[in-house]
Ligand binder design. Structure first.
Ligand code: DOR
Ligand code: ZN
Length: 347
């Protein structure tokens, strides 16, 4: 039985670290284990322009622990008004790594997202031209669309068309949550890649809703069936280059997370790598872990993989239930908090 593995340092291609005190509280968990991360721009207000991104990056750098070698990569929040010239300038001078689509009102802080797809054509044309990645919260929102079908309908109505309309556009369907999503990415690779979260690999909607309502397991896209989870596990552990790590770690203040009208988002950074390792071990695929965590992502983004390594060991520990955030009795719940975690990053 394998009890120790050494892999190249992973990157997180989908991460929310927020701002202010929350940023300071959560960033160290990612910076400790990951080389780089794409920081999601759904702040209040969002990171919409190159200027917003320069300022946000400075706040992120200031929140990093002393001596950290972590590199934040920023995404531009796409709106109906996004200026292709501003995006291109930001990409050329390294301020932006990608552009992120939030369909309006699809999830947390997405009110300023895209409400009229005709208005983003010029941006998509520009991204295609300059080779800049386009990241998608791939859910179609509407009163007529069942929440469990949002990903599938987005693929049917939007993504399958964009793949043909913009053949040179390099895309990522974020947080794959369904068999439909995993299958589509495979069929459209290498033009389209897909990130997969630890919680979509680990949970089913029965875990979330079947034995008491667990607000901690509420995220967008919602956790789906055992069949979907099975397809995602097979995809992630297949070694196929189109699938890679994106934790979607998304902290919220405790009170908002457990409110009557609770917010979607699962803070999993403290247990993310350990949870991926558990899933790969359960699937008998620890030999494919490094491809998923550390090689496929950089390849899709056309960046070199990290040079240094980390070591994971089978050495049980208990995840903290919550972490403190400075300010008035503030805290955020940790995914798998209180559980015995099998794997641990030891070096
Ligand atoms: O569950 C989610 N939370 N899904 C998202 O897409 C956004 C995220 C957040 O920002 O909290
Ligand atoms: Zn996200």
């Amino acid at each position: 039985m394998t009890t120790r593995i050494t892999i190249r340092r992973p990157d997180d291609w989908h991460l929310h670290v927020r701002d202010g005190e929350m940023l300071k509280a959560v960033l160290p968990y990612t910076a400790k284990e990951f080389g780089r991360a794409i920081l999601m721009p759904n702040l209040v207000p969002p990171v919409r322009t190159r200027e917003d991104a320069v300022a946000y990056r400075a706040r992120v750098m200031a929140a990093l622990p002393a001596g950290s070698r972590f590199t934040p990569l920023l995404a531009c929040y796409l709106t109906d008004e996004t200026d292709p010239d501003d995006v291109e300038r930001g990409f050329r001078d390294g301020v932006f790594t990608a552009v992120k689509l939030y369909p309006a009102n699809a999830t947390t802080n997405s009110a300023a997202g895209v409400s009229d797809y005709r208005k983003i054509t010029r941006v998509l044309e520009r991204l295609e031209k300059i080779g800049m990645p386009f990241l998608m919260h791939g859910e179609e929102v509407g009163a007529d669309i069942d929440i469990f079908d949002r990903e599938k309908v987005f693929i049917e109505r939007r993504l399958s068309k964009w793949v043909k309309e913009f053949p040179g556009l390099h895309m990522v369907l974020e947080h794959l949550s369904s068999k439909d999503g995993a299958d589509f990415v495979k069929s459209a690779a290498p033009q389209v890649g897909g990130t997969i979260t630890p919680y979509h690999l680990n949970l089913t909607r029965t875990d979330w809703l079947g034995a008491g309502l667990k607000p901690m397991m509420y995220a967008m896209p919602v956790i789906k069936t055992a069949c979907d989870r099975e397809a995602l596990r097979k995809a992630a552990t297949s070694g196929a280059a189109c699938y890679f790590l994106g934790t979607d770690s998304a902290p919220h203040p405790f009170a908002r997370k457990i409110a009557i009208n609770g917010v979607p988002g699962i803070f999993n950074a403290p247990v993310a790598l350990a949870t991926y390792a558990k899933v790969f071990e359960e699937e008998g695929a620890l030999d494919k872990l490094e491809a998923f965590t550390s090689l496929n992502g950089p390849k899709h983004y056309r960046l070199p993989p990290n040079e240094d390594k980390i070591v994971l060991e089978k050495s049980p520990w208990t995840a903290p239930v919550e972490i403190k955030v400075a300010g008035a009795d503030e805290r955020t719940l940790v995914y798998r908090g209180g559980e015995t975690i099998e794997w641990k990053v030891v070096e």
